[in-house]
Design a protein. Structure first.
Length: 367
């Protein structure tokens, strides 16, 4: 998650920047309101504004007002938090009218700062979900072909856009936290790889749907708290093709990326993956990214055959391999980018730490 920090006091600005970076945020700083406005307009990846209310050239309120008037893409999402040295009720009311998410009073309490940032991140992700819902619902209502696997969804539930975007918790406890982690980690790696901003955003959003094919599969297997049989594991592989089929009729660039990810995110760089046995550059970059971060996340998560692993052990396995995983499974550049960003990757995991045990058994035989 990228934060734009606008604070004219250089000491406060430096201290806040260091705190945020330590928590895994990417931080852009601005020295006044005009500087903040220009940097926000130039960088589509900024999603949180942390603005001092009183700044030279333009106040925080004037800055947010100007930003709100920018003709941005309709799906651009951000939240604004204000920093203030006093409880000026008029300023607070004005900020609320502009859509301020929260206020932080100087001297800033670190715990309150991180709590508000966490809440803002959740709000941003919910807005992204709604954008996905609207996009997919629009495709359905535009008479584009219906989702092919609707009839096979558990309990006869239609594969509506709502299920596709946020209903995945129906088949596995803790999936909401899991997809948030994969999305944020994929973005982190994409940025490190130097991909274009638009492509980074597409990967971030599309990766939310990487396991959507599980909605059409055997729920009892995906949620089993035991070791899967060889036959059961083979059945879990179907979720890649089901996910791709679920998304194939949507004429939307983000959904096209999501389809690649759904189909290919278990393909290995050395050709030993599934479902197609793709090798090397035959695998899309977005799928290669999700494959790597999904493997890390699975290593960090509880499985019936082992406890969740700590960060350093998960990273060691990615580098050196174990009985199920091998570094040759991963795009070399993607693996290097993930390793170089390991502190931010760990911070993302901690921000979305599972509330309850995630009971998917698939990885047990997948690596």
């Amino acid at each position: 998650m990228k934060i734009l920090l606008a604070e004219d006091d250089s000491q406060v600005r430096t201290e806040l920047r260091e705190l945020l970076i330590e928590q895994g945020y990417e931080v852009i700083t601005a020295i006044d309101g005009i500087d903040a406005f220009e940097k926000f307009r130039a960088d589509e990846m900024i999603e949180i504004l942390l603005l001092d209310i009183r700044m030279p050239r333009a106040t925080g309120l004037q800055t947010l007002d100007a930003i709100k008037k920018i003709e941005s893409p309709k799906d651009r999402v951000f939240e604004a938090l204000f920093i203030t040295g006093n409880s000026d009720s008029n300023a607070i009311i004005s900020a609320l009218k502009l859509g301020a998410f929260a206020f932080l009073f100087k001297p800033i309490v670190v715990e309150e700062l991180f709590k508000e940032l966490s809440d803002a991140t959740d709000s941003i992700n919910q807005k992204h979900y709604r954008n996905f819902q609207n996009s997919m619902l629009h495709a359905q209502q535009s008479d584009k072909a219906p989702l092919k696997v609707a009839s096979s969804i558990k309990d006869g539930m239609g594969a509506t856009s709502e299920i596709a975007a946020i209903g995945a918790e129906h088949y596995a406890p803790g999936i909401e936290q899991h997809v948030h982690r994969i999305s944020e980690m994929a973005l982190c790696v994409s940025v490190r790889l130097g991909l274009e901003a638009q492509q980074c955003q597409q990967i971030r959003l599309a990766s939310l749907l990487h396991d959507i094919g599980k909605l059409g599969g055997p729920t009892d297997i995906y949620t089993a708290e035991r070791t899967l049989t060889a036959e059961e594991f083979e059945k879990t592989k179907d979720h890649t093709r089901l996910g791709a089929a679920l998304l194939e009729h949507y004429d939307d660039p983000i959904i096209e990326v999501a389809q690649n990810i759904a189909l290919q995110h278990h393909e290995n760089w050395d050709g030993t993956g599934y479902p197609q046995g793709l090798k090397g550059d035959e695998i899309s970059i977005e799928a290669a990214i999700v494959h790597a971060v999904d493997t890390y996340d699975n290593l960090r998560s509880h499985r019936p055959y082992r406890a969740a692993l700590p960060h350093h052990i998960a990273m060691e396995i990615l580098v050196s391999g174990d009985e199920k995983s091998n570094p040759d499974h991963f795009h070399p550049g993607v693996l290097q980018a993930l390793l170089s960003q390991h502190r931010e990757i760990e911070a993302i995991y901690e921000r979305y730490r599972p509330i309850e045990i995630e009971a998917s058994s698939e990885l047990e035989n997948s690596e």
